[in-house]
Design a protein around this ligand. Structure first.
Ligand code: PXP
Length: 241
C-alpha cells in the first residue's frame, strides 16, 4: 500500500514570515504523524528560507515515523545529512530565486558524480532518492547512481492547463513508473499533488510513496493538519473514489 509522507516546509514558511518561533514545524510533524503520515519531509534549502538547521536536528530526535531530507547535492548538505542521519535523502536541483523546486534533477552524464556523492550516505544506511522528470533517459541515468528510489516530478502534470496536456503528462508519469520499476527502482511521486489530481495515481500500482506538502498545509488552515493528513492518506491508499 502506498505511503503518504508529509512535507512540513510551509509550517516553517509561516514562522519565518515573522522570524519568530511559531508555528513550529516540529509540532506540525507531530500533528501530521497523528493524522497517519508515514513520514515527514523537510527541504533544508541553501538559503534557509523556511526549514532551519535546528528544525532538522530536533525532528531527527522527535519524528516517530521516518524523516526524509530534501537537499541539493552540495558538500554542505552532504555533511549535514551524514551528521543528522535522515532515513532518506532526496536530491533536488536548487535555484536561489525559484518559488519552489521548478524541475527535476539532471542525471544524464552525471551518473558517476552522483554515485560518488551518494556513496557515503548509502554506506551510513541512508536511503537515496533522485527527484527527476518522467523522462526515460533521466530514469535510466538515475538507475546508474546507486539511488534505490526516484521521485517523479509531478509538477508539470499539476500545472497542465488543458485536458489533453493533463493526459499527456499523466501518461508520461505512468510510463515512467513502469520503466523505473523494470529497472529495479522504487518510485515516489511529488510536487503539486492535491486532493483531486492525485486520484488517478491512487488507482495504479507501483507507487511506493507520495511526497505532499502545499495542498495538505492549505487544507490544514481550515480543518487542522491532523485531519488534512488523514484525508490525503485515505486518498493515496485508495480508500476514496
Ligand atoms: N517533492 C519535492 C522534491 C519538492 O521539492 C516538493 C516541494 O518542496 C514536494 C515534493 C512537495 O510539493 P508540494 O508542496 O507541491 O506538495
Amino acid at each position: 500500500m502506498p505511503l503518504l509522507c508529509v512535507n512540513v516546509d510551509h509550517v516553517a514558511t509561516l514562522r519565518q514570515a515573522r522570524l519568530g518561533q511559531e508555528p513550529d514545524p516540529v509540532l506540525g510533524a507531530h500533528e501530521a504523524e497523528l493524522g497517519g503520515a508515514a513520514g515527514i519531509i523537510v527541504h533544508l534549502r541553501e538559503d534557509r528560507r523556511h526549514i532551519q538547521d535546528r528544525d532538522v536536528e530536533i525532528l531527527r530526535r522527535t519524528v516517530n515515523t521516518r524523516l526524509h531530507l530534501e537537499m541539493a547535492a552540495t558538500p554542505e548538505m552532504q555533511e549535514i545529512a551524514l551528521t543528522i542521519g535522515p532515513d532518506m535523502v532526496c536530491l533536488v536541483p536548487e535555484k536561489r530565486r525559484e518559488l519552489t523546486t521548478e524541475g527535476g534533477l539532471n542525471c544524464i552524464g552525471r551518473e558517476g558524480e552522483l554515485q560518488v556523492f551518494l556513496a557515503p550516505l548509502l554506506e551510513r544506511d541512508i536511503a537515496a532518492s533522485l527527484f527527476i522528470d518522467p523522462d526515460p533517459a533521466q530514469i535510466l541515468a538515475a538507475s546508474q547512481t546507486g539511488a534505490q528510489f526516484i521521485e517523479i516530478h509531478t509538477g508539470h502534470y499539476a500545472n497542465a492547463k488543458t485536458p489533453a496536456a493533463l493526459k499527456a503528462e499523466l501518461d508520461k508519469i505512468l510510463a515512467g513508473i513502469a520503466y523505473a520499476r523494470e529497472l529495479g527502482l522504487k518510485v515516489n511521486l511529488g510536487h503539486g499533488l492535491g486532493y483531486v489530481n492525485v486520484l488517478p495515481f491512487a488507482k495504479v500500482p507501483g507507487v511506493t510513496e507520495y511526497s505532499i506538502g502545499h495542498s495538505i498545509m492549505s487544507r490544514a488552515i481550515y480543518v487542522g493538519l491532523r485531519q488534512a493528513t488523514r484525508e490525503m492518506g485515505d486518498i493515496v491508499r485508495g480508500f476514496v473514489d
